[in-house]
Design a protein around this ligand. Structure first.
Ligand SMILES: NC(=O)c1ccc[n+]([C@@H]2O[C@H](COP(=O)([O-])OP(=O)(O)OC[C@H]3O[C@@H](n4cnc5c(N)ncnc54)[C@H](O)[C@@H]3O)[C@@H](O)[C@H]2O)c1
Length: 277
């Protein structure tokens, strides 16, 4: 069991995690961001319910969590589909009757600048990275409103804060929008007892990144080289556990006076100018 900080108020809470699986790599021991958040919550006694478009990816996470004594149910869902999101939320409500924590974690990049990216790729990227956050909130916030409490954590990216050396115009735009969505929605829902923040990860060594390094495609390996030959002030890429620790803190009562914030977890990358250290 990984060592995570302990926040006793989280024990017995119910969390819904969108995108609980991870890129599947045989024999990989590392964790994806959503899976690591689930792991940190389980380690704190949270009752976790997760969905993923890949049932096998979700079941892989669930089996790892069960092996560590965690409570985790999973089902398949496409987070860009309102009916799928509704079905997952209905399943959590049928099982537990409440949702205390919502983690909107799904996101993925596609290459392209405004001139090279095809319209259908732009639309799919905005659906996956941004509409998914809206849909999770659209269905879950009314439940939290009735409860008079709840915490939402959205997973953004430093691509939504700065140019990170790769043409990913739709991903960068969607992640920037998540940060603003979080800020504005947090203010709307603060009087209802609901907090919303986002984690803004930098370069994290997740299975998705590991997979690029093992790809047969030179373009993927080039992206892998760019990511791993980094200039992070702390001297290393981050790990999913760094994202998970942040989500855990934001979900807990230790963050009870924090809402509307993007919490950047990037080893200092976005605090430098690029002119050298
Ligand atoms: N890895 C990084 O360096 C990094 C950096 C910044 C932000 N992030 C963000 O972290 C989040 C997770 O990234 P990761 O690296 O752990 O990725 P990952 O691909 O390993 O995990 C994401 C999971 O989402 C699932 N998924 C994809 N499309 C879906 C859909 N339509 N409906 C439901 N599930 C779907 C995938 O099957 C996968 O299991 C993303 O939002 C990503 O943008 C990652």
């Amino acid at each position: 069991m990984a060592i995570f900080p302990t926040f006793p108020d989280l024990s017995g809470k119910v969390a819904l995690i969108m995108g609980i699986g991870q890129t599947q790599i045989p024999d990989s021991k590392i964790w994806g961001n959503g899976a690591a958040i689930a792991r940190a919550l389980c380690a704190n006694g949270v009752l976790v319910f997760g969905c993923d478009i890949s049932l096998s990816a979700a079941e892989f996470t669930a089996s790892r969590l069960h092996a560590e004594g965690g409570t985790c149910d999973v089902m398949t869902a496409n987070v860009t589909s309102i009916s799928d999101v509704q079905k997952v939320v209905d399943a959590v409500m049928a099982k537990y009757g409440r949702i205390d924590i919502l983690i909107n974690n799904v996101g993925m990049t596609a290459p392209g600048s405004p001139s090279t990216m095809k319209e259908e790729v732009w639309d799919a990227q905005i659906d996956l990275n941004l509409k998914s956050v809206y849909l999770g909130c659209h269905i879950v916030l009314p439940i939290m409103e009735k409860q008079g409490s709840g915490v939402v954590i959205n997973n953004a990216s430093i691509a939504g804060v700065s140019y990170i050396g790769k043409h990913q115009i739709a991903y960068a735009s969607a992640k920037a929008a998540i940060i603003h969505f979080t800020r504005v929605t947090a203010v709307m829902y603060a009087p209802k007892g609901i907090r919303m923040n986002c984690v803004v990860p930098g370069l994290m060594y997740t299975p998705l990144v590991e997979n690029l390094g093992k790809s047969n495609r030179e373009e993927d390996r080039e992206v892998f080289r760019k990511i791993t030959q980094h200039n992070v002030p702390l001297g290393r890429m981050g790990e999913a556990e760094d994202v998970a620790n942040t989500a855990l803190f934001l979900a807990s009562q230790a963050a009870k006076y924090i809402t509307g914030q993007p919490l950047i977890v990037d080893g200092g990358i976005t605090s430098q100018t690029g002119t050298g250290m």
